[in-house]
Design a binder for this molecule. Structure first.
Ligand code: 5AD
Ligand code: SF4
Length: 440
C-alpha cells in the first residue's frame, strides 16, 4: 500500500448501536491511516454497516451494495466491505457464491479489519463473523465526527430472546463494559465540550459489570459533568427497577424521557412474544415512573401483525396508545426472521391486514403527537442547541429534555448552549418558537 492517506466511505443502517459501532470502526481504521470521506466516488474503501432486524432493512442494504459496486467498475482498486448484523447471513450470498464484496465482517470482529483490508488488497477475500462473549471494544475510543451529542455503548448483545427478534443471533450474548471505562470516556467527552451523552445497549437496564448495575452507572455518569445531559436507550420493561427510577428522578441532568417498548397491547400476544410482562404490569410501571417524575415523557416501539394477531388484539394495542399518549413511537410491520421462535409460528396475518393495522397505529400516533405538541404552545422550554436547522440557515435546532425537536431563529444563540425557547406553534414532530431570556 502507498503512504498516501486512504479515504474511507461508510454507510450505516439500523439502530443507534450500529451508529456507535461505525464510530468504533472509524477509530480502528483511522489508526491505520484511513480518513473519512462523505463521497463514495472518492473512496478507496467502502463499508456498509448493515441491519437485519426487518426484511426491508436487508433489502435496502442489498440494493445499496449493488449500487456501490459501480465505484469498483470505475476504479478496480476500490474495496467493498459488508459489516454488522447481516454479515453472517450474507457471507454465502456475497462472498462464497458471487464474489460481490471483498470482506464480510460481523459486529464482534472489527479489530481484524486492518489486517483483512490488507489481505483483500493482496487479493484475498475475507470473512470474519464469529460472535464473542467478551468483546466490548472497551479500550477503543470511538471516532466521533460531531461535537455536541455522543453515543456511548455500554452493553452489547441481548439475552432476552423476544420471539420476533434476530438480535440475540446477530449480535450474540449480552455483555457490559466496566463502569470505570464508561465514566472515563464521559470525562474525556466533557473535556472536549460534549453536552449530551446517550448510553446505548439493546437493553441497557440489564447492564451489570460484575460489581455495578445500570442505576449505579447512570448515577456515576450523571455526576461527571452537570452540564452534560444524559439519555439512555433501549429499555426492557422487565428490568426497569425502582432503583433506576429513583436515580433518574434524583439527577436533574438525566433527561426525563423513557423509551419503553410495549410491542403489543394484548397479553396473549405479549406472551407469544416472550416479553415476560403483562400489559397491566407495564401500565403500572409507567404510573410509577410518572409519580416519581411528573414531567416525564414516554416513547415506545410497536409491532403490527405478529403471528396470530386478531383484530381484537390490534384494538388492545390502540387502546394502550390512547391511554398512555406516547410522545413518539417507532412502529413496524411484523417481519419474520429466520432462526427466531416466531419464524416457526408462521406469518399468518396477511400483508393487507398488516398494512391496514400499521397505518391505523401510525395515524393514531400522529394525532396523539399533534395533541401533545399543541399543548406545549405557550410554554417556555429549555433546549440544548444542537445544530443549524436543515430548513433555513436563519434558524437553529435544539431538543428539549423530553427529546422534542425545536426550531427557532438563531439570534445570539450558539450550538452547544442551553437556551430557553417560548413555543409559538407545533406540528406532530416539531415545535417552533423564539428565544427568551434564561430565567436562571
Ligand atoms: N419485525 C418487526 N419489528 C421488529 N422489531 C424487532 N424485530 C422485529 C421484527 N421481526 C422491532 C421491535 C424492537 C425494535 C428495535 O424493532 O419493536 O423493539
Ligand atoms: Fe430484540 Fe427483545 Fe433483545 Fe430488544 S430486548 S434486542 S427486541 S430480543
Amino acid at each position: 500500500m502507498s503512504n498516501k492517506t486512504k479515504q474511507l466511505y461508510i454507510e450505516t443502517y439500523g439502530c443507534q448501536m450500529n451508529m456507535a459501532d461505525t464510530e468504533v470502526v472509524l477509530s480502528i481504521m483511522d489508526g491505520v491511516g484511513y480518513k473519512l470521506t462523505k463521497e463514495a466516488a472518492k473512496a478507496d474503501l467502502i463499508f456498509v454497516n448493515t441491519c437485519s432486524v426487518r426484511d426491508n432493512a436487508e433489502l435496502r442494504v442489498k440494493q445499496r451494495v449493488s449500487e456501490l459496486k459501480t465505484h469498483k467498475r470505475n476504479n478496480p482498486d476500490v474495496l467493498i466491505g459488508v459489516l454488522g448484523c447481516m454479515a453472517e447471513r450474507l457471507r454465502t450470498e456475497l462472498i462464497d457464491k458471487n464474489n460481490v464484496v471483498d470482506l464480510v465482517v460481523g459486529p464482534d470482529e472489527y479489530r481484524k479489519l486492518p489486517k483483512m483490508v490488507n489481505d483483500a488488497y493482496a487479493g484475498q477475500r475475507g470473512i470474519a463473523v464469529k460472535l464473542s462473549r467478551v468483546e466490548n471494544y472497551d479500550d477503543i475510543t470511538p471516532l466521533r465526527t460531531e461535537g455536541i451529542s455522543a453515543w456511548l455503548s455500554v452493553t452489547r448483545g441481548c439475552d432476552k430472546f423476544c420471539t420476533f427478534c434476530v438480535v440475540p443471533f446477530t449480535r450474540g450474548r449480552e455483555r457490559s463494559r466496566t463502569l470505570k471505562s464508561v465514566v472515563d470516556e464521559v470525562h474525556k467527552l466533557s473535556e472536549r465540550g460534549f453536552k449530551e451523552v446517550t448510553l446505548l445497549g439493546q437493553n441497557v437496564n440489564s447492564y451489570h459489570d460484575g460489581e455495578f448495575d445500570f442505576p449505579d452507572l447512570l448515577s456515576a455518569v450523571a455526576k461527571v459533568d452537570r452540564t452534560i445531559r444524559i439519555r439512555y436507550a433501549t429499555s426492557h420493561p422487565q428490568d426497569m427497577s425502582d432503583k433506576l427510577i429513583e436515580v433518574m428522578a434524583e439527577h436533574s441532568n438525566i433527561c426525563k424521557y423513557v423509551h419503553l417498548p410495549v410491542q403489543s397491547g394484548s397479553n396473549r400476544i405479549l406472551k407469544l412474544m416472550n416479553r415476560t410482562y403483562t400489559i397491566e404490569h407495564y401500565l403500572g410501571l409507567l404510573e410509577k415512573i410518572k409519580r416519581a417524575m411528573p414531567d416525564v415523557s414516554f416513547s415506545t416501539d410497536i409491532i403490527a401483525g405478529f403471528p396470530t394477531e386478531t383484530d381484537d388484539d390490534h384494538r388492545l394495542t390502540l387502546d394502550v396508545m390512547k391511554q398512555v399518549k406516547y410522545d413518539g413511537a417507532y412502529m413496524f410491520k411484523y417481519s419474520p426472521r429466520e432462526n427466531t421462535k416466531a419464524w416457526e409460528m408462521g406469518d399468518d396475518v396477511v400483508e393487507e391486514k398488516k398494512v391496514e393495522r400499521l397505518n391505523e397505529i401510525i395515524a393514531l400516533q400522529e394525532d396523539i403527537s399533534n395533541e401533545l405538541n399543541r399543548a406545549a404552545v405557550g410554554q417556555t422550554m429549555e433546549v440544548l442547541v444542537e445544530r443549524d436547522s436543515s430548513r433555513s440557515s436563519d434558524d437553529l435546532m435544539g431538543r428539549t429534555d423530553t427529546n422534542k425537536k425545536t426550531l427557532f431563529p438563531r439570534e445570539d444563540a450558539l450550538v452547544g448552549e442551553y437556551r430557553n425557547v417560548k413555543i409559538e406553534r407545533a406540528t406532530a414532530h416539531t415545535l417552533f418558537g423564539k428565544l427568551v431570556q434564561n430565567v436562571n
